[in-house]
Design a protein around this ligand. Structure first.
Ligand code: PEP
Length: 253
């Protein structure tokens, strides 16, 4: 079965101590994950080592960075390179979250560079795509997300694209309490898979997890994840509350 993933995105929230307690509370629930199920915690850079060591003995629980720089190394004060992440044993990195695209002016071309660096360091990119409200209202969301995939990912060879995790996150649903309906989520996830299939073949497209993000909560996760092309979620707000994220992990297919 295709990987099913509950990914937490803490963003710029929680102190170190609060983050450690949150992880303790979630791990204390001892949710046994099946071979195809994974829980990933995208935490602030200073918490990565702590998170790695917290999840070390829990099968299929992982730490992720929320970002990396698009250059390999050099005079970029305050930035964190992919190589640095690799050197502390981080195996996943969120790439192209809409907040970074918006506030840090990250372009599709820049994200392609980040993706390449991740693969060079054996870090799995969790690649975010998704349309703003105006695009959804104009009904051109499919073209918009297809371009995001093509411009940042479609230079990759098949063996690399097969490793990627995609997160579809409609910007109008992030942190707004507005969730895409299961119909909307399934429709666009199926479309994204068909775009990948057209480039890389159906068999390969069928292996790639496509997560939904945008106000996933404990009370809607099961319904969203039940869609055939929704392979779990990338979760912001609800990942900061242990009981909620535990429920979300338990909602994985
Ligand atoms: C996110 O940060 O990627 C996200 C989807 O946030 P929220 O779950 O709070 O909408």
């Amino acid at each position: 079965m295709r990987k099913q993933i509950a990914a937490a995105n803490w963003k710029m929230n929680l102190t170190y101590q609060q983050g450690e307690k949150l992880l303790d509370d979630i791990l204390d629930a001892k949710i046994g994950l099946a071979a195809h199920q994974h829980a990933i915690f995208a935490v602030p850079f200073p918490y990565l080592l702590m998170t790695r060591s917290e999840v070390e003995d829990a099968k299929n629980y992982h730490a992720a960075a929320q970002n990396c720089h698009h250059k390999k190394s050099g005079a970029y004060t305050g930035e964190v390179s992919v190589e640095m992440l690799h050197s502390i044993g981080v195996n996943y990195c969120v790439i192209g979250h809409s907040e970074r695209r918006e506030y840090s002016a990250e372009t599709n071309a820049m994200l392609a560079e980040k993706v390449n660096l991740c693969y060079d360091s054996h870090i799995v990119p969790i690649f975010c795509c998704g349309e703003p409200l105006a695009i959804r209202e104009a009904g051109t969301q499919n073209d918009f997300v297809a371009a995001q995939l093509k411009e940042s990912l479609f230079h990759l060879p098949t063996d690399k694209i097969k490793e990627i995790i995609i997160a579809y996150e409609p910007i109008w649903a992030i942190g707004t309490g507005k969730t895409a309906s299961t119909g909307q989520a399934q429709e666009i996830h199926q479309f994204l898979r068909s775009v990948i299939a057209a480039q890389y073949g159906e068999e390969n497209a069928n292996e790639i997890p496509i997560l939904y993000g945008g106000s996933v909560k404990a009370n809607n996760a099961k319904e969203l994840f039940s869609c055939p092309d929704v392979d779990g979620g990338l979760v912001g707000g609800a990942s900061l509350v242990a009981a909620d994220f535990i429920e979300i992990i338990k909602s994985l297919k």
